[in-house]
Design a protein around this ligand. Structure first.
Ligand SMILES: *Cc1c(COP(=O)(O)O)cnc(C)c1O
Length: 406
């Protein structure tokens, strides 16, 4: 028999690196979640842009069940059909010719950065090792990826830090021009900075990055861990921008909730990860890749991608209507169903108050940094759930405003 657990149990048995909400969800369906007490929540958090098809999507339940009866894991000593099928889908639908599977976004980026360094080492020598990244970017929590990430607080206390990494201002073409050199092996960009505040790159910045990388024989890496798999209204956000990277990292939505990451690259670059140079035990296991294959198939349906664009507008219109009543946001921004509401100076640093107030209204939302409320719902969230969720958010905003303005 399993023990009764509650939110208090968290503080007794878990490492204290998280501070989860007061309620414990036990069941989900579509964009609704129920907690231990049977209270129903609307989910606009989407597991941080992971639950691309909501909770317990019937086709994913069928896929995971079918695969669970067949084969779960082999290791990469053997290959398997679902992994080869998923890789073939990704190759067919993107710029990529080759795919590497792993288990998370940080691992996909770790593979991307290692490949970029190795490629430069193989073709140009060890001096060409510098990685240029953007301030406020987020690339994961391994020691390498926190240092490539542009939020120094995440790397503090874990040194000594890996060398050869510089950070420039996001969307600043002149800063990139000044920083890039023949020692640069890669430039890493999130097409929309997610954790950094739901801030889209300008098309000019991405185009300039592509040109500068070509001039300096550097690889362009897009971190699409958050923006990928339909989140921005195209399968990958680079397709909306029309700028093609050499390496792309994917995770989060890829498995629809089953852990998986992928690094996509070209046949020109891939050979630098030759046999024995890199690996992972679980990466590309048949259970995760079977589910991801189904996710990619569903998300690629034209009606799903068109739905993301339509739902973006419904969200933005609803948030603007709320803002017209309360004047709490200075900007509503983002792409597809990755949307950020930037609080006004009155609420600067206090986006979390909106998250807390939403919880009281039985609505799950996210923050991105201290001053942006973030929404990353299911890509197939129903219009009635959007409308009801926004009505709950309206009540949450009213509560925050009442507490602040009296
Ligand atoms: C979430 C995220 C990561 C890290 O992914 P994990 O699965 O948590 O390791 C990396 N890059 C971006 C852009 C992300 O949003």
């Amino acid at each position: 028999m399993s023990k009764q657990v509650s939110r208090e149990t968290f503080d007794q048995v878990m490492v204290p690196n998280y501070s989860p909400a007061a309620f414990i969800p036990v069941k989900g369906e579509g964009s609704r979640v129920w907690d231990q007490q049977g209270r129903e929540f609307i989910d606009f958090a989407g597991g941080i842009a992971v639950n691309a098809l909501g909770h317990c999507h019937p086709e994913l339940v069928a896929t995971v069940t079918e695969q669970a009866h067949k084969l779960w894991h082999l290791s990469n000593v053997f290959t398997n059909e679902p992994a080869l099928q998923l890789a073939s889908q990704l190759v067919e639908k993107t710029f990529a010719d080759r795919v590497f599977f792993c288990n998370s976004g940080a691992e996909a980026n770790e593979a991307a950065f290692k490949l970029a360094r190795k490629y430069a080492h193989d073709h140009f020598g060890a001096d060409k090792h510098e990685i240029i990244s953007c301030k406020n970017s987020f690339h994961g929590r391994t020691v390498f990826t926190v240092n490539v990430g542009g939020q120094p607080k995440y790397a503090e206390g874990f040194g000594p830090n890996p060398a050869g990494i510089t950070h420039i201002e996001f969307n600043n073409i002149d800063a990139l021009k000044a920083a890039i050199s023949d020692k640069t092996c890669a430039v890493v960009i999130e097409p929309v900075q997610g954790e950094g505040g739901v801030l889209p790159a300008t098309p000019e910045f991405l185009k300039a990055a592509r040109e500068l990388c070509d001039q300096h024989n550097a690889l362009l890496i897009f971190d699409e861990v958050q923006t990928g798999v339909g989140r921005c209204g195209t399968l990958y956000a680079y397709q909306a921008y029309g700028v093609t990277p050499d390496i792309l990292s994917s995770a989060k939505g890829l498995g629809g909730g089953i852990p998986i990451g992928a690094m996509l690259t070209t046949s020109k670059v891939a050979p630098s990860l030759a046999v024995g140079t890199h690996g992972t035990t679980y990466g590309g296991n048949p259970l995760a890749t079977a589910v991801a294959g189904k996710v990619v198939e569903i998300v690629s349906r034209p009606e799903v991608l068109a739905g993301v664009q339509a739902k973006h507008q419904r969200f933005v219109d609803g948030l603007n209507a709320i803002n017209a009543k309360y004047n709490v946001f200075k900007e509503i921004r983002g792409m597809g169903l990755l949307i950020g509401a930037v609080v006004t100076d009155e609420f600067a640093g206090n986006a979390r108050d909106f998250l807390k107030a939403a919880e009281a209204q039985q609505l799950m939302v996210l923050v991105a940094g201290l001053s942006v409320v973030r929404f990353a719902p299911s890509l197939v969230v129903e219009d009635k759930d959007i409308d009801e969720g926004l009505a709950r958010f309206d009540a949450a905003v009213a509560a925050v405003v009442a507490a602040k303005r009296g």
